[in-house]
Design a protein around this ligand. Sequence first.
Ligand code: 5GP
Length: 186
Amino acid sequence: MDGKLVIVAGPSGSGKTTIVRHLLGVYPRLAFSISACSRQKRMGEMDGEDYYFLSVEQFKEKIEKGEFLEWEEVYPGSYYGTLRSEVERLWQADRDVIFDIDVKGAMNLKKHYPENSLSIFIQPPSLDALEQRLKNRKTETAEFFEQRIKKATEELSYASQFDTIIQNNDLHVAFAEADKLVGAFL
Ligand code: 5GP
């Protein structure tokens, strides 16, 4: 039987990953959907834990076989997607699933499961604040940084299409709001 989906999206640097980790700690029913991706593994990341790391060829093969519920070329040459098998695995274990994905992927997932999903957009305080957060993160080269800012600007325009928006000016306030929303939904 289908479980529930909590779909969290927002620009890179909005704090969505931090909010997803927080929710996982608060609600033991939730399990994280491990996405597949074709980008390089970052330091400290583990295959099968952070992502299923695939080559572009492996990723494309899975697209052709129809193994993805949704997928996007999030950055040029970098593919990300949600595997049907991942969501089914977690539902079979009687868990509800939480996703940390890009805005287009979020809307596509919502279309598959309109009744049992809650889509949450994490709104960063401003584009300036976002740039600062991404700079502080220091995981990206200048070229990737530019890509992320460009994408963030585009992503901000999708906010109104989500079920709900959490304004992340203060992380503790955002946590409390996320707890309330997700608690009511589950
Ligand atoms: P990162 O490279 O920083 O881990 O992730 C880059 C972007 O890809 C983030 O916005 C992240 O949420 C998004 N992303 C991660 N997994 C998926 C997925 O399965 N599908 C889609 N559409 N986007 C994803």
